[in-house]
Design a protein around this ligand. Structure first.
Ligand SMILES: [Fe+2]
Length: 367
């Protein structure tokens, strides 16, 4: 072969389409491991949505998914949008309505309030409306935009595709009001609720989840036939959960309780500590060990918006979320008896400082 003249590598290679999109959105971008309080995030005008917002691009999302805070001033509504990425909302504060429709004539409207969780079906037109004349409404959104925009690399297509995914939303008027179905996995105590609307995750009835330790309760949601789904978990006063690890992108929002989480890897065994309280958000990076500790006077409840749908598998790395098998048996959970002794000591000290009684006696904890 003839030797060819060589061109210098263009300066603009090595970008992602999503990072360009973020720049174009022009919003503040919060980065790091955690957000101490979602209610305190500073937002700025968001022209595309005729609202206010801030992106929350945490390390642990690994650009597989992205979070954002969306503010609606009193009585205001967002601009109408549709997009080829999945989107799950959690209402941080306020109340309002949401309209969803498609090009085939289907339309559904529902009311949301603080604590509601719902998903916008893929590529449906939608608009959120603040139902209060006095108070701002603040929502946390988590979407699959980074993956989709990086793969397709054309914003006109991502935000302007005319196709109606009737397998996601068939135009049912009661789409967001139907009771759905609660499924029980045959192999574990996990419960999975197929629904399109959860009215209040603060007061939702939860079921025991034995495998994850220390009296934990939970409920998983399959929303809008999505791959991006959610679950709520709760663990009692004076307890902590078993350490575990999984793929990236699990956005954990603390709903109640006070405590902390430890994160580490097999290579970096110094614990990274994330203190939390209601309103805190953090995302454990992919395959980092993490463990949640309740050191407050009330049960600790959290919402996770994440990959790992039970219904639709995506990729092994992202689907690796619902792990409850002993690491010694090839799983990704550290049993209490095998954990680093520093873990329990630290917990006992923290509880003592808060005047909280440790209730881990019925477990064989390595201390
Ligand atoms: Fe986790």
């Amino acid at each position: 072969m003839v030797e060819r003249s060589l061109a210098p590598l263009p300066n603009d290679w090595g970008r992602t389409a999503f990072s360009e999109f973020l720049q174009r959105e022009g919003l503040p971008v919060v980065t790091g491991l955690a957000v101490p309080d979602l209610k305190e995030v500073q937002t700025a005008p968001w022209p595309r949505l005729d609202a206010l917002g801030a992106y929350v691009q945490l390390l642990g999302a690994e650009d597989t998914n992205i979070a954002y805070v969306l503010d609606l001033p009193p009585e205001r509504a967002t601009a109408v949008e549709r997009h080829l990425y999945e989107e799950v909302f959690f209402v941080v504060e306020g109340r309002g309505t949401c309209e969803v429709w498609n090009g085939a004539g289907g339309r559904a409207t529902f009311e949301w309030q603080r604590g509601s969780v719902f998903a916008i079906p893929l590529n449906t037109f939608h608009r959120l409306h603040n139902g209060s004349g006095q108070q701002r409404a603040r929502l946390l959104g988590v979407s699959t935009a980074p993956l989709m925009i990086n793969l397709l690399r054309n914003l006109d297509f991502v935000f302007g595709c005319p196709f109606d995914f009737t397998d996601r939303f068939g135009g049912e008027e009661d789409y967001f009001r139907s009771e759905g179905t609660v499924y029980q996995r045959p192999d574990t105590t996990q419960k999975i609720w197929q629904t399109n609307f959860v009215s209040d995750v603060y007061n939702l009835h939860l079921y025991d989840w034995v495998e994850r330790g220390a009296g934990g309760k939970h409920m998983k949601f399959e929303l809008a036939n999505n791959t991006l789904i959610a679950h709520v978990s709760e663990f009692p006063v004076g307890t902590y959960k078993k350490a575990h690890r999984h793929g990236p992108g699990a956005h954990v929002v603390i709903l109640s309780g006070q405590g902390y989480s430890l994160l580490w890897t097999d290579q970096h065994t110094d614990f990274e500590e994330v203190p939390w309280k209601p309103g805190s958000l953090f995302v454990p990076p992919g395959m980092w060990w993490h463990q949640h500790f309740n050191t407050g006077p009330t049960p600790a409840r959290y919402l996770a918006i994440r990959w790992g749908s039970t219904r639709w598998k995506l990729t092994r790395y992202l689907d690796y979320q619902g792990v409850d098998k002993d690491a010694k048996a090839g799983g990704n959970q550290i049993e209490y008896a095998d954990q680093d002794p520093r873990v329990h000591r630290m917990f006992v000290e923290r509880c003592r400082a808060n005047g909280v009684e440790v209730r881990m006696d019925s477990f064989l904890v390595r201390a």
